[in-house]
Design a protein around this ligand. Structure first.
Ligand SMILES: Cc1cc2nc3c(=O)[nH]c(=O)nc-3n(C[C@H](O)[C@H](O)[C@H](O)COP(=O)(O)O)c2cc1C
Length: 202
């Protein structure tokens, strides 16, 4: 298990061109979304919403909003991860419901007070999007486990994505786009800095 997980990390690579429109089995798509759903999040507030596009027309239109990156149009499925904004308000029903679940009974009022202070001092859009990136990482690892390839797409025009998907900007901000499918090419050699350049033990 330990070794298998590292092998998945080794094997995943950013695919820049998928086998055009080769579909992803519904069960595999659900598996990826499940990996996103089970991800950890700040205060347990599950800041993500997943919008799934599978039709050629939708994917090709979205490609135009992603500086025409071909992996978007050729993917079997594209998942646009939206970061929740309005729901993160400390007075929203959503926060009350999820905080009460995370901090039941007597803990609730203290947790809400703590969250209120945190929320007031935080760039909510950036913070919410950060949680979406955690879900994205898990989904890409899950894709590798399911025999699929993936590419994270941060290069997009948010206003254009909002327009195409008819997103309410008060409620959501596009955080990251994930393209999934079967890559038309293999991955190159993994390029990473060695651990000794990255780690400082104290
Ligand atoms: C948040 C994020 C945004 C990214 N955006 C893009 C993108 O817009 N287009 C692209 O081709 N790759 C994108 N990538 C993929 C990276 O370029 C790639 O992961 C990195 O170069 C390492 O290569 P590897 O994933 O093949 O190991 C993105 C990756 C992340 C994590």
């Amino acid at each position: 298990m330990k070794q298998q997980l590292l092998e998945l990390f080794q094997r995943r690579f950013a695919c820049h061109q998928f086998q055009a429109d080769r579909p992803i089995a519904a069960a595999d798509l659900t598996y990826l979304l499940e990996a996103g759903r089970l991800s950890p999040s700040s205060f347990g507030l599950e800041q993500w919403k997943f919008v799934v596009l599978t039709t050629s027309g939708d994917k090709r239109a979205l490609q135009a909003a992603c500086f025409n990156q071909p992996q978007v149009g050729s993917a079997g499925a594209v998942v646009v991860i939206l970061a929740k904004l309005a729901d993160m308000d400390p007075d929203s029903d959503y926060v009350r419901r999820l905080l009460a679940r995370e901090y039941p009974g007597e803990q609730f009022e203290g947790a809400l007070k703590n969250y209120r202070g945190f929320h007031a001092a935080t760039d909510v859009k950036a913070w919410s999007a950060t949680q979406c990136h955690i879900a994205a990482a898990n989904m890409m690892t899950a894709a590798t486990a399911a025999g699929l390839d993936s590419c994270a797409i941060g290069g997009f025009d948010p206003a254009e994505v909002r327009r195409q998907l008819d997103i309410d900007p008060i409620r959501f901000e596009p955080a990251l786009i994930l393209a999934f499918g079967y890559c038309a090419t293999g991955g190159g050699e993994k390029q990473r800095l060695p651990l000794q350049d990255l780690v400082e033990y104290r």
